[in-house]
Design a binder for this molecule. Structure first.
Ligand SMILES: [Zn+2]
Length: 147
């Protein structure tokens, strides 16, 4: 099911003319686009956005696209894992604030500034913002493992 995408910020972000100029664009995969998250509280934290249409729920995808979206997330997660060897990868598909299918793929380290038994949400902390150059370094580290 496709809904009105005219006011969706993720539809704008994955627009073909826009995404490759984005300073945090990592790569296009089969049915999704990976961007480094602006908040790098966990180094390598990436957002993977479904890019074929404005869709809000996994069950609204045809099986082939749903499978491809999962495979894309696995590919990105493996690259992040290989780059940073985290304690555990976290995968979150929420969309309460931005209802367009997107995975939060978050490498959690034992030395995280956040407690490991909590997701990164709902805690009061200062998000880690970096310069475009610093984002670029992390993107390079992830892309080196994105096969
Ligand atoms: Zn959208």
């Amino acid at each position: 099911m496709k809904e009105d995408k005219s006011k969706c910020i993720l539809c704008e972000e994955v627009d073909i003319d826009f995404r490759k100029k984005h300073p945090r664009w990592i790569a296009d995969l089969r049915v999704s686009t990976a961007f480094l998250a602006s908040n790098q509280i966990c180094r390598g934290y990436t957002v993977l956005i479904y890019n074929k249409a404005h869709v809000t729920e996994l069950f609204q995808l045809e099986k082939e696209d749903r499978t491809a979206f999962l495979e894309d997330s696995v590919k990105v997660a493996k690259a992040i894992y290989d780059a940073y060897h985290p304690h555990k990868m976290n995968y979150e598909l929420l969309g309460n604030l931005v209802p367009h299918l997107h995975w939060h793929i978050i490498p959690r380290q034992k030395k995280d500034p956040l407690e490991l038994h909590w997701p990164i949400w709902g805690k009061d902390y200062t998000e880690v913002r970096l310069s475009d150059e610093e984002y670029g370094e992390i993107i390079k580290e992830i892309k080196a493992h994105l096969l």
